[in-house]
Design a binder for this molecule. Sequence first.
Ligand code: FA5
Length: 372
Amino acid sequence: MTDLTTDKQTALAAIAAVGTLDALEEQRLAALGKKGWVSLALKTLGGMSPAERQEAAPAIQAVRAEIADAIDAKKAYLEAAALEAQLAAEKLDLTLPAPQSLRGSIHPVSQVMDELAEIFADLGFAVATGPEIEDDWHNFTALNMDESHPARAMHDTFYFPDAAPDGGQMLLRTHTSPVQIRTKKDVAAKNEGGAPIRIIAPGRVYRSDSDATHTPMFHQVEGLVVDRDIHLGHLKWTLETFFKAFFEREDIVLRLRPSYFPFTEPSVEVDVGYSNEGNRRVVGGHGDDEGHDWMELGGSGMVNARVLHSAGFDPEQWQGFAFGLGIDRIAMLKYGMNDLRAFFDGDPRWLAHYGFSPFDQPTLSAGVGARA
Ligand code: FA5
């Protein structure tokens, strides 16, 4: 026992004397490690008689606890001292250059969506949305394309295996036109007999399609106006006014070319005049003029009376026009890009080149400071 007391005092003195965490660890191993003197003392208990053990065990345990406490306390002290020394040594050098952080940019498609929403807002259009996972009824049937309609084949559709609530199929919407149906139904339900509607619906759409001007996911903006005495002239004026503002050119010339969509009657394809400058297409001018041509930007027409009726409107009282434009295509034209697929490759070098600074652009995505 006397030995134990002596060993303890020697160890406590050594612990008090150490100046580093490594030296402290050496002391811990010498006392409490597997072959440390405290551990060896504990092992001697096995060879003692019960009476001896009853006397010796509490004394050895008490020594072990005292040594362990002393080591913990010293460790805390040494760690605090090390931190203080480090803080005292570190000085903030305000003259050093700030580290460069990566700066995000607005994707050209988001930028274009914002620009067009702003322009249409000035023309009195609200923004409507609808689900990208659509049912067969909203995407096709309500748009006058029933099961056997050949126009369905024009859309290479991604179907889901699950059934829609009405027993039909769920799918990734192939165009933004189902938002027309949802909006008309909402308005007709809220307001007996319908009401004027003036909306655009920008968003993602999906088709099984891929080349330089077609991607499996792309963006469209739907436009819909329902009111009294609406005619094709309103459609043409609206699109012309939009494109002039969007392309920031007064010489935009549109051509409405007869076409076919099951949900519009009559239907017209919207072409815009352009010329080639180098290998860039530049919008503007009459497509039939020397050095010019026409380019298709989207489909449109007067809302088919059957579609108006199925959405709860009386077609005798209400007429409307609708259009669907490819946002990625108009972005390509405005910003001189030549491959649609690059839009979705997510290459940071491409984004750094074509992206928009979140601080410089006066658009909705530009957020605060945009016009500051
Ligand atoms: C439609 O999708 C109709 N819903 C448009 C419409 C709306 C007509 C309202 C009448 C009334 P279309 O399949 O032609 O029509 O597509 C419209 C535009 O989307 C095309 O002119 C083109 O600019 C763009 N587009 C179509 N497929 C792709 C694709 N795979 N990749 C990129 N853009 C595409």
